[in-house]
Design a protein around this ligand. Structure first.
Ligand SMILES: [Zn+2]
Length: 209
């Protein structure tokens, strides 16, 4: 007999209104066969940026010599995770994370954009400061995730937080939907697809209680 367990789905719905980074490819699903039109099956394909919805960034996203998403260590995306809320106006400081980092969580998810709407790209959003990224990396956190389209600020060109996380071997999840999930300890399951050389992959991210 299987025992039911509680899951929080922290993945935004993939549907055409979903926001993507300005200029990035929109999400589309195209139906090529339809039972309603006499076909034996429903069949569709999709077209999307690899950074659509909840996704894992590969190191090759910002470092041409680094590994693609098919080569990342999957253990980062599966296991104990702590969800915390940080109330910050613009950047998450190292100070904001001090209490939680002292307990060295294996994986750290940060809710910092409570009003996020997956259908609208935010003109500004809360992200990590480089000092916060450094503190997370130095604490040995294996994965960091947040409810923003980037761990860096929106106009960043050199992506300092992405690079700091990469140097410390900290995996990155972006665009998580954390509304309504209580802070606490969970098991995270958010495996990326095995896309050869992919600079990212959408994930179905869930938190198991
Ligand atoms: Zn990304």
């Amino acid at each position: 007999m299987s025992r039911a367990f509680k899951l929080y789905d922290i993945s935004p719905l993939l549907e055409p209104p979903i926001a993507v980074w300005p200029g990035d490819a929109p999400f589309e699903r195209n139906q090529s066969l339809s039972i309603a039109k006499g076909a034996p099956v429903n069949l569709s394909s999709m077209s999307a940026s690899l950074h659509t919805g909840a996704h894992a960034d590969a190191p090759s996203h910002f470092d041409d010599n680094a590994t693609g998403i098919d080569q990342v260590d999957l253990q980062a995306y599966l296991g104990p995770a702590r969800l915390i809320t940080v109330e910050a106006a613009e950047t998450i400081s190292a100070q904001d994370l001090m209490p939680v980092l002292e307990q060295t969580p294996e994986r750290l998810l940060v809710r910092c954009n409570p009003d996020v709407d997956p259908r609208r790209f935010p003109s500004r959003f809360v992200h990590f400061s480089t000092q916060a990224a450094q503190a997370i990396g130095e604490a040995g956190v294996r994965l960091v995730g947040l409810d923003a389209p980037s761990v860096d600020f929106v106009d960043s060109k050199d992506l300092p937080c992405h690079n700091i996380f990469h140097r410390h071997g900290t995996a990155i999840l972006e665009n998580l939907l954390l509304a309504g999930v209580p802070d606490g300890e969970y098991e995270l399951i958010a495996l990326p697809l095995r896309i050869r050389g992919g600079d990212a992959s959408p994930v179905r991210a869930v938190l198991r209680v």
